[in-house]
Design a protein around this ligand. Structure first.
Ligand SMILES: Cc1ncc(C[n+]2csc(CCOP(=O)(O)OP(=O)(O)O)c2C)c(N)n1
Ligand SMILES: [Mg+2]
Length: 330
């Protein structure tokens, strides 16, 4: 594992930022936990690809962005949506396929988008979002705006041709782009180490002439620091960076996956590196919260998620008569 943030850096982080980072991660954790329960109770259709365990990646990267910066997400996108500021109730209702969802219930888990907040959408095609992100980055260059775009993707996606082609073009054109690979060690049921003869995806950056950085993806401050450096480089016109965030998908590939392809020992090891208890302890130690204040915040965040689920359940389904809306130009 790469080194975690050192004590001097920790001591310098403003307390308000510590509070925001913990709040962002806990909110995602609650969202994923409660959605898993709702899915197990058959309360909504489709799938759940849980973001549990990876919260520090989305929150750390998005904390380095402005509202007008853009992100492109994946099939495992809720953490990215929430961290970039999508409103909770419309996000949740989209998961439930309801008319009140951010996409009117048409996109569901993999296709929520909110252009006003720079969220250009998830993607059901592994690696499919990476070239879109380059397009968004190039549009900022053409418009003369110092907007940065982030492509989030997984270790599996880093073996797609689209990843390599986009890295090459983005490097050659110095696009204001961050390639953020969340290496959670698995692509569906396939371990990364069985498919790639190299331990670090970040080293692929060398072949394209851009920086490649390995980061402890379960250390939100390390993620934030690396993202800030990469964002500053992109905004200055110096081109893209590839960040590899080493993390772990603590749930299965999808909710209900029995995880027979990995050991309970490996899961226990990564549980000990869980980004939330780790940062919770740091936040208390820094005095960002007292224990009672933190517990109260957690209760409030959990209640907000429950309320969003209740809102979704009470919302109407999309009207069948509107099925062809947004398909053809008026
Ligand atoms: C082009 C394509 N191939 C295969 C799939 C099936 N599939 C869905 S998720 C997934 C694994 C992706 O792994 P990774 O990129 O590491 O993301 P993670 O699921 O770990 O977040 C695969 C193979 C797909 N959706 N698209
Ligand atoms: Mg993966």
């Amino acid at each position: 594992m790469p080194p975690s943030t050192d004590d001097a850096v920790v001591a310098d982080i403003p307390l308000a930022l510590v509070r925001d980072l913990y709040t962002g991660m806990y909110r995602i954790r609650q969202c994923e936990d409660q959605l898993n329960t709702a899915f197990a109770r058959n309360l909504f259709p489709g799938y759940i690809h849980s973001y549990l365990g990876q919260e520090a990646c989305a929150v750390g990267v998005c904390a380095a962005l402005r509202q007008d910066d853009c992100i492109v997400s994946t099939h495992r996108g809720r953490g990215h949506y929430l961290a970039k500021g999508m409103a909770l109730k419309p996000m949740m209702a989209e998961m439930f396929g309801k008319a009140t969802g951010i996409g009117g219930g048409r996109g569901g888990e993999m296709h929520a988008a909110d252009p006003a907040r720079g969220i250009l959408g998830g993607n059901g095609i592994v690696g499919g979002g990476i070239p879109y992100a380059a397009g968004a980055a190039y549009s900022a260059v053409l418009d003369g705006i110092d907007r940065v775009t982030v492509a989030f993707f997984g270790d599996g996606a880093s073996n797609q041709g689209a990843f390599h082609e986009t890295l090459n073009l983005a490097a050659a054109w110095k696009l204001p782009l961050l390639f953020v690979c969340e290496n959670n060690m698995y692509a569906e049921m396939t371990p990364f180490k069985e498919t790639v003869n190299e331990t670090d995806i970040a080293r692929r950056a060398v072949g394209y002439g851009i920086p490649g950085v390995v980061v402890d993806g379960n250390d939100v401050l390390a993620v934030l620091a690396a993202a800030r450096t990469a964002v500053a480089r992109a905004r200055a016109g110096d081109g893209p960076t590839l960040l590899e965030l080493k993390t772990y998908r603590t749930g299965g590939h999808f909710q209900g996956d029995p995880c027979k392809y990995r050991t309970r020992e490996e899961e226990a090891l990564w549980k000990s590196r869980d980004p939330l208890p780790r940062f919770r302890a740091l936040a208390l130690q820094r005095g960002a919260f007292d224990e009672a204040g933190l517990a109260a915040l957690e209760v409030r965040l959990a209640a907000e998620i429950t309320e969003a689920i209740d809102f979704s359940l009470a919302s109407p389904d999309p009207d069948p008569a509107s099925a062809l809306d947004h398909v053809y130009a008026p």
